[in-house]
Design a protein around this ligand. Structure first.
Ligand SMILES: O=P(O)(O)O[C@@H]1[C@@H](OP(=O)(O)O)[C@H](OP(=O)(O)O)[C@H](O)[C@H](OP(=O)(O)O)[C@H]1OP(=O)(O)O
Ligand SMILES: Nc1ncnc2c1ncn2[C@@H]1O[C@H](COP(=O)(O)OP(=O)(O)OP(=O)(O)O)[C@@H](O)[C@H]1O
Length: 423
């Protein structure tokens, strides 16, 4: 992922050996702490290996003279574009982004109690107003997309009890020393607003920071999500660009390796499946389960645009899709600390000249390879999400009505009621 996402954002980590007994005890401890919805996840307790990473909630060279603990903002941005693939069969996928559709599905299946108004297309838009709104919506309803750490301690995230709303005033209290001068008389609601606004500006600046003066122009058809309504004015007459090589640009570019959409990928996956059935020994030479080496990277980077019917083409597209999935599920860690002007830092964010400077680092984490075997699940999930969205938000929906007289919903996570629609 490092050549795709950028040297500066990805940490190699170090593979370390751990005693099996230690891993078993750790696994038991972690399991007790998991929220209910994540209890199906298990730690690998047999390999005896782990990846040792720097603690990204801390800055490696924290030069703060004021001894304020560093702040770290974690964002799981999810997929930042609308598919333009000709293989997409449901028009709605060209209009409403996957995250916004998925929200309705998650609500219906009890993953969350409230809809998030966050839209990844706003965050990835490069437009500061849209980005600010996206972050405001993340603060409002963090779900598993937003966390804040202070001095390594998580001070803001989705509450265990999903019924409880987040306490933004409490968050503002934590942030006040970073964003309001110590003698400020402002208090109450007004100061919370100011402080959160400053935080949002810092996050936007960090997400857009790049040493490269060039811009990546975003294709118009891919940056507007109809579910994210308040921005019609913001969309008008706006060119959508991201600074080249900023963290969002790198993540979006990697996500867009999924050029066919799961609907276009499915037949290619089946081609690979058939081939592996006929020639099982080729699994290793085709690098279905890695290794994720230079030759794997080359397969991803040099993939022909047209399908020549070959197994090589199909495998390359499957590899690209899996890498894109990793980029659609990764998290960004923005770690910031205050510092005086005299500290002479490499990367310092200037929000307003009168305000303290911040030094910061931006990293990307959770880059596990997504298994080849998860592709059929992705395909079912995609159609469940879209069908659910059409059913729940658009009554008497024409798109569903046009499809068939009845629809039998997929059994995985969906009910199996036969729904009759007028033709
Ligand atoms: O499919 P999605 O979009 O729901 O993403 C899954 C995530 O759900 P989210 O939508 O972010 O709440 C899901 O997040 P949670 O564990 O629910 O917080 C996982 O990250 C999952 O990855 P993996 O299967 O554990 O490797 C993610 O699955 P992959 O699709 O990335 O395999
Ligand atoms: N290097 C790091 N520094 C600081 N915090 C980290 C680091 N790595 C992970 N975290 C924190 O731990 C959380 C879980 O990490 P990650 O998503 O990589 O685990 P996971 O493999 O998905 O866990 P699971 O076993 O539940 O699947 C992250 O969301 C982040 O808050």
């Amino acid at each position: 992922m490092k050549p795709l996402l950028g040297e500066k954002f990805v940490h190699n980590g170090e593979a370390v050996k751990l005693p099996l007994d230690f891993v078993r005890q750790l696994s038991l401890k972690v399991q007790q702490e998991r929220p209910e919805s994540r209890c199906d996840k298990v730690m690998d307790t047999f390999s005896g290996c782990a990846l040792c990473l720097p603690n990204l909630t801390q800055l490696s060279c924290c030069c703060s003279r004021e001894h304020r603990p560093p702040l770290c903002i974690e964002i799981k941005p999810k997929c930042g574009f609308l598919p333009s693939s000709r293989h997409v069969t449901k028009e709605i996928k060209h209009k409403v982004c996957r995250f916004c559709m998925h929200q309705h599905f998650k609500l219906a299946h009890g993953k969350w109690k409230r809809l998030s108004r966050y839209c990844p297309l706003d965050l990835f838009s490069g437009n500061k107003q849209r980005m600010s709104l996206a972050i405001k919506h993340l603060i409002e309803e963090p779900q598993n997309n937003f966390k804040i750490f202070k001095g390594g301690e998580c001070i803001y995230s989705c509450k265990d009890d999903a019924d409880v709303l987040q306490d933004v005033d409490e968050l503002a209290q934590h942030l006040r020393p970073y964003f309001l001068p110590s003698g400020s008389l402002m208090n109450g609601h007004q100061s919370s607003k100011v402080v959160l606004n400053e935080l949002i500006q810092v996050i936007v600046s960090a997400l857009l920071s790049s040493w490269d003066p060039r811009k990546t122009r975003l294709s118009e058809g891919r940056v507007r999500c109809e579910a994210s309504l308040p921005h019609r004015d913001l969309l008008r007459n706006t060119n959508h660009c991201l600074p080249k090589d900023c963290v969002l640009d790198k993540i979006l570019g990697t996500q867009m390796l999924d050029s066919l959409d799961i609907e276009g990928l499915n037949p290619l996956f089946k081609r690979v499946e058939q081939h592996l059935h006929d020639f099982p020994k080729e699994r290793s030479s085709l690098q279905i389960d890695g290794p994720y080496s230079q030759s794997f990277l080359e397969k991803i980077q040099n993939c022909p645009t047209e399908d020549d019917g070959s197994i090589e083409y199909a495998v390359r597209k499957v590899h690209q899709y899996r890498v894109a999935m990793t980029a659609k599920d990764c998290s960004i860690m923005i770690t910031i600390a205050t510092c005086g002007e005299e500290d002479g830092l490499d990367q310092s964010l200037e929000i307003q000249p009168s305000k303290p400077h911040f030094t910061y680092s931006v990293s990307i984490l959770d880059l596990d390879p997504k298994p080849y075997e998860s592709i059929p699940h992705q395909s079912r999930l995609d159609s469940n999400i879209v069908n659910h969205y059409l059913r729940s938000t658009l009554p008497n929906n024409q798109e569903l009505a046009n499809q068939s007289v009845f629809l039998g919903w997929d059994r995985e996570g969906e009910d199996c009621t036969l729904v009759f629609h007028p033709v």
